[in-house]
Design a protein around this ligand. Structure first.
Ligand SMILES: Cc1ncc(COP(=O)(O)O)c(C=O)c1O
Length: 440
């Protein structure tokens, strides 16, 4: 087997940056993590080293790798001849389960990625309202496409201007798309009220991550989601929860169940397919029934709801409904965060590990929770990369995301010993960074 450096040199000749997803280039390692195999809560690199996997496929591997229920689903798909491009009884069964679990879901459509799901659902929101604008929240992430990869996570230098001139987050996105985006800060009722009052008549949707895992795992302030629900209902704006990450991480019904606020529509993804590419968008029947062939909104695709992910999804939703599942996730959460709280306190570290269900972020440079995007500017990205690299050297893999506060997590197959080992490694590494993380 080649070393990761040799593999990177080879891969760069045929893949831009040696990767198929820009963020797979790992800045902490200065190469991508080239994996050779995975099982349960572990991943092996191409040099044969075993790691405790705290990336868990960015939240998609909530069951861990090669879970027996998912292996059975693959075997079943094989026996059925994979049946690509057909509807089957399994599709309806999966849809019925989603409608049963997710409070806002009266109808659901499946596709492969979170980005696809937000794109298709934004289209229906626009068709439903006959309006164009999108109110979105700074720090929240909803996929990489032209409709919404604007104004979410501007660099610090571009930040102050973001609310007047939404920052375009990738070259190649025409500036005209930014004219339809209204960015506002999270957890700020006045800004939400002002945006609805100024733009409400032109606004199709308010989109948000109910838990902002993509920037410091910021939770909604008490009352904020209630306000969003009330104002959007009054203004005829579709309330859109992007639950691609938050669905299933704490409960079967997603953040809408956790916080008791039901949006009009939502997207779900990541863990839904049990590790296979499966996402979904769902919501009120009168919006969802706008899709062809009932209405006139297009959503079609050769690989939509391929049988392998559909059977993976059914296996996933059955597994999480078993009585052991959420109590065990809660045990892992309590063990990990109990340990982290002790480490932070004993070493007097200026950092937090905010969490909601099975995912958490590291936020450096503050002791009190961030409430919006700019509260995370204290985070030291370089130091974060150093921490990830040191963990990797000791056999614990955190994905780097380039260094900002972003999400990590465990899976149902992680053992108490795995969590204790991760805590040992983190304790050792963080104590080594005590000076950089000193309070004050
Ligand atoms: C909240 C949210 N929405 C959308 C996406 C995009 O999903 P995907 O990477 O599957 O396209 C992500 C991915 O991290 C996400 O966290």
């Amino acid at each position: 087997m080649p070393t990761r450096f040799e593999q990177y040199e080879r891969a760069r000749k045929v893949l831009p940056g040696g990767v198929n997803s820009s963020t797979r280039y790992n800045r902490a390692l200065q190469t991508p993590f080239y994996a050779s195999r995975a099982e349960a809560g572990y991943v092996w690199d191409i040099e044969g080293r075993k790691f405790i996997d705290m990336c868990c496929a960015h939240g998609a591997a909530l069951l861990g790798h090669a879970h027996p229920a998912i292996n059975e689903a693959v075997q079943k798909a094989r026996e059925l001849g994979y049946l690509s491009v057909f509807e089957t009884t399994y599709h309806e069964e999966l849809a019925a389960k989603v409608c049963d679990y997710i409070p806002c879901s009266e109808r659901v459509r499946f596709c492969s990625s979170g980005s696809e799901a937000t794109l298709h659902l934004i289209r229906a929101c626009r068709a439903f309202t006959g309006r164009k604008k999108i109110i979105r929240i700074e720090g929240h992430f909803h996929g990489y496409h032209e409709l919404i990869y604007i104004g979410g996570q501007p660099p610090v230098e571009a930040f102050p201007d973001n609310r007047r001139h939404p920052y375009i987050e990738s070259a190649g996105i025409p500036p005209e798309f930014a004219e339809l985006i209204v960015p506002i800060p999270f957890n700020d009722p006045e800004s939400l009220e002002a945006a609805v009052s100024e733009h409400g008549a032109d606004t199709a949707l308010l989109i948000l991550e109910p838990v902002n895992y993509n920037t410091g795992c910021i939770l909604p302030d008490p009352g904020y989601l209630e306000l969003a629900r009330r104002l959007t209902a009054e203004a005829g704006i579709v309330l859109f929860f992007d639950e691609v990450q938050s669905a299933f991480k704490k409960s079967r019904g997603g953040a809408q169940e956790d916080f008791g606020i039901v949006p009009d529509v939502c997207t779900i993804g990541k863990s839904l397919g049990g590790g296979f590419p499966l996402s979904a968008f769902c919501g009120r029947a009168e919006i969802m029934d706008l899709y062809m062939p009932v209405g006139n909104v297009q959503h079609s695709g050769t690989f939509n709801a391929h049988l392998v992910p559909v059977l993976g999804g059914l296996a996933f939703l059955s597994e999480i409904a078993k009585p052991y599942f959420y109590p065990r996730l809660r045990e892992l959460e309590a063990r990990f965060h109990g340990g982290m709280d002790r480490i932070i306190e004993e070493a007097a570290l200026n950092m937090l590990v905010p969490h909601h269900g099975a995912r958490f972020d590291f936020l450096l440079g503050r002791k009190t929770p961030a409430r919006r995007y700019e509260h995370t500017f204290c985070h030291d990205k370089k130091l974060m990369l150093k921490i990830y690299k040191a963990c990797w050297e000791r056999g614990v893999y955190f994905h780097d995301y380039g260094g900002p506060p972003c999400h990590h997590g465990y899976c149902i197959q992680h053992t108490d010993r795995d969590i204790d080992e991760v805590l040992n490694v983190l304790e050792d590494v963080l104590r080594g960074c005590r000076e950089e993380l000193a309070v004050g």
